[in-house]
Design a protein around this ligand. Structure first.
Ligand code: XUL
Ligand code: CO
Length: 442
């Protein structure tokens, strides 16, 4: 049975002159960019939850989407199989290589943990054969530790150790499933690992619990020989008022404090960065600089309201600087661009899923090519080299090596009557460099 019968075959690459609506203008998987195939740079993935499990409901209204595989009256396992058929048909027709899912997206929860695990295993085996025949791979798996009421006060950070234990079982099952499917990464997004009010919260206790949980997850990963990367996904708030994995810098400090830096990297989401008052560029640059870039959840927010609206990326301007940092850092290892993206509630038609993904993928492809030309051009790097040149000179070296202390530096400054003059940061000139690349690169 086909759920996307209007789309006959895989979306083709048709070039920038094409007038076909459902064709790629820029996403040409085989095009070589900076020595690598475009598909291998971007490693595009489709998410199961927003695209196949969600009906378009919001806090004020019911679902609006035309999703025949989400038939509430059907047997839950039959429905999960139909959903899986829809997901694989869509991913294959979109022509991308990866997908990601939470345990509860793929299989219905049973009335006990054992039943949930058995449901998951059935659907995972079914997914394995679809992956085998289609060549589609798992970018990452994750456990949903935030929807069920038992997790209202958090999972690993819950005041009740029984909730922690329940979460441990879910993660164990999902790590097993991710390993079974050859997943490239495993993600932990701490949806409710935070607080609603400090009046009832011990932050230090909760941080210790979270660290213990993450240590156990890393130990288990090694125990089963899972070779994917463990990723934490920062987000400042929503659904909790404050989330502990606030942003990349906070996660980095946490990992360092609990001696977990060798075990975890970050999954950066564009709209989480903007929700935290940062740019996506900032979060990526921080992660690359500190060796913790893992993967990216591609989407965008709406500057008018600042929420986590999870819209499809459509701004080359926003993505070019971040892609520049990713390329400069050597590109993804196990990560990729996962479309953690939601259609607007009025985009009810099944075809809207294609339009949204095609536009987002083309935006990423175009940004990649422009960013690569900026890396090759080196103007931005030359400006940085020049700007920090003093630090490779005698004074800079002596300061950084510890040869000079505060007192000797003060004597040196006074003795040589030091009077350094400011130099231009050249921001507008550099903005022109970036814009000219955006305007001229094909
Ligand atoms: C929530 C979010 C999640 C994670 C996976 O904001 O981004 O979908 O990516 O749990
Ligand atoms: Co996400």
């Amino acid at each position: 049975m086909s759920f996307f019968e209007d789309q006959e075959g895989p979306i083709p690459f048709a070039g920038s002159g094409s007038d076909e609506e459902l064709a790629y203008r820029y996403y040409d998987p085989d095009r070589i960019v900076a020595g690598k195939r475009m598909e291998d740079h971007l490693r595009i993935g489709v998410c199961y939850w927003h695209s196949f499990s969600w009906l378009g409901s919001d806090i004020f209204g019911h679902g609006t989407f035309d999703r025949p595989w989400l038939d509430a009256s059907a047997d839950p396992m039959e429905a999960a199989m139909a959903k899986q058929d829809a997901a694989f048909e869509f991913i294959e027709k979109l022509g991308v290589r990866f997908f990601s899912f939470h345990d509860v997206d793929m299989a219905p929860e049973g009335s006990t943990l054992a039943e949930s695990r058995s449901n998951l295993n059935t659907l995972v085996e079914r997914a394995a054969s679809k992956m085998e025949s289609s060549g589609v791979q798992l970018l990452w798996g994750t456990a949903n530790l935030f929807s069920h009421p038992r997790y209202a006060a958090g999972a690993a950070t819950n005041p009740d150790p029984e909730v922690f234990t329940h979460a441990a079982a879910q993660v164990r099952h999902m790590l097993d499933a991710t390993a079974r499917l050859g997943g490239h990464n495993y993600v932990l997004w701490g949806g409710r690992e935070g607080y609603e009010t400090l009046l009832n919260t011990r932050m230090r206790q909760e941080a210790d619990q979270l660290a213990r949980f993450l240590t156990m997850v890393a130990e288990y990963k090694h125990h089963i020989g899972f070779e994917g990367t463990l990723l934490l996904e920062p987000k400042p708030q929503e659904p909790t008022k404050h989330q502990y994995d606030y942003d990349c810098a906070t996660v980095h400090g946490f990992l360092d404090r609990y001696d977990l830096l060798d075990e975890y990297k970050v999954n950066i989401e564009v709209n989480h960065a903007t929700l935290g008052g940062h740019s996506f560029h900032h979060e990526v640059a921080y992660a690359v600089d500190n060796g913790i870039l893992g993967s990216v959840d591609a989407n965008r927010g709406d500057p008018q309201n600042g929420w986590d609206t999870d819209q499809f990326p459509n701004s080359v301007d926003e993505l070019v600087p971040a892609l520049y940092e990713i390329l400069w850092g050597g590109g993804f290892a196990t990560g990729g661009f996962l479309f953690d993206t939601k259609l607007r509630r009025q985009s009810m038609a099944r075809a809207d899923l294609f339009h949204a993904h095609v536009g987002g993928i083309d935006t990423l492809a175009r940004a990649l090519v422009i960013a690569s030309s900026l890396v090759e051009d080196r103007t931005l790097e030359n400006v940085k080299d020049e700007r920090y040149l003093g630090w490779s000179g005698e004074m800079g070296r002596q300061i950084m090596s510890g040869e000079l202390d505060l007192g000797s530096l003060a004597d040196l400054a006074v003795g040589s009557d030091l009077d350094p003059s400011p130099v231009s940061g050249g921001q507008e000139r550099l903005e022109n460099v970036v814009n000219r690349a955006i305007w001229s690169v094909d």
